[in-house]
Design a protein around this ligand. Sequence first.
Ligand code: 6GU
Length: 232
Amino acid sequence: MRFDVLTLFPEMFSGYMTQSLLKLAIERNLVQIHLHNLRDWSRDKHQCVDDRPFGGGPGMVIKPEPTVEAVEGVQTLGTSPGKLIMLTPQGETLNQQVVERLAKHERLVLLCGRYEGFDQRVCDILQPEELSIGDFVLNGGEVAAMAVIDTVIRLVPGVLGDEESSHVDSFSTGNRLLEHSQYTRPREYRGHQVPEILLSGDHPQIAAWREQNSRERTKSRRPDLLDRTAEN
Ligand code: 6GU
């Protein structure tokens, strides 16, 4: 799976790309990430890509020409243009169903905004799918792009080992409940005991305990998820 990221801050991705799971996936050629600096498509000598909003107001708007030309230029690289996604607080909110749909593409082109966003004509001309990661304001789309990459690569075959298999993850199609509580050694810490059943070796009982624990957690923390299960 190939990702192309267009951003004014490509350096933000360097630490992320060297984290273990992604680093391994890149080394094994399961995932490719190509970073592109929007400034490289600027036409003026100061590499300026933003300007003041028509109509006044605070902040700066990213200009249409370098953005459209950057996306078009990047989409001609590689074997297919890929699916274009713009990260913006005005987009549809990312969830696991959206992630599952995105993971079916062989190439995603992620356009990260900054400041007060892009000139509207970028959307009018390129018709990207617009995505947000939640109802809060980030300084730019870069952290959201990393969330998209991080969630999508988990579904790329071979990226996770069998042990970390993704289809039982919370929110995935096969499981809309929250994960159950987990424990490791020691058996007792500051007077808090590991539930006895988990030490019993009785695997059907352990599975039943975990199922019950998932339901209780979901009911108290995210009852909306149970409602959704009932609908489906
Ligand atoms: Cl994609 N961008 C920005 N700037 N803020 C956000 C977001 C995206 N998603 C949630 N907040």
